[in-house]
Design a protein. Structure first.
Length: 140
């Protein structure tokens, strides 16, 4: 599902913008909001959550993705990311790889307060992902 309905797209973008209000970014002062749209049409949000031990911080995209997966929602159709900046922000490499786990391809929309949104497909952002062989399920 790579062609979003206009109302779905609007809802996804609004959700990413709203999620940014919850960002916990006292160290970088770079708040980020993210929202994922599942193939079933559900929207799940996330924000970046930093920590005094900086390496423990988590990006907004991964917060949203892990929240979706922990609700049993594993098929991602689109992701929107919002930063209150003049230019759009694309997901970092780690988040691209995590997104790839739950979407062979998906639309990534980057929104900001200045330029027009950037739209890229995950296949373009991460053309050659790491793919480990999954161990066989017992009895499969
Ligand atoms: N950050 C995200 O939330 N998403 C990205 O794709 C890149 C970076 C966060 C991590 C950290 O809290 C802050 O932005 C500055 O790097």
């Amino acid at each position: 599902m790579n062609h979003l309905q206009p109302n779905q797209r609007q809802a996804l973008e609004d959700a990413a913008r709203q999620a940014c209000a919850h960002a916990y970014a006292p160290y970088s002062r770079f708040p980020v909001g993210a929202a994922v749209l599942t193939e079933g049409g559900r929207i799940v949000t996330g924000c970046n959550v930093e920590n005094a031990s900086l390496g423990l911080s988590c990006c907004a995209e991964r917060t949203a993705l892990f929240s979706a997966v922990s609700q049993g929602l594993r098929r991602i159709a689109a992701l929107a990311i919002y930063t209150p900046t003049a230019t759009p922000t694309l997901p970092c490499g780690a988040c691209r790889q995590v997104l790839r786990e739950f979407a062979a391809d998906c639309l990534v929309i980057s929104l900001c307060d200045g330029e027009q949104p950037l739209e890229k497909f995950l296949e373009f952002l991460l053309p050659e992902p790491f793919c480990a062989q999954k161990p066989q399920e017992p009895g499969a």
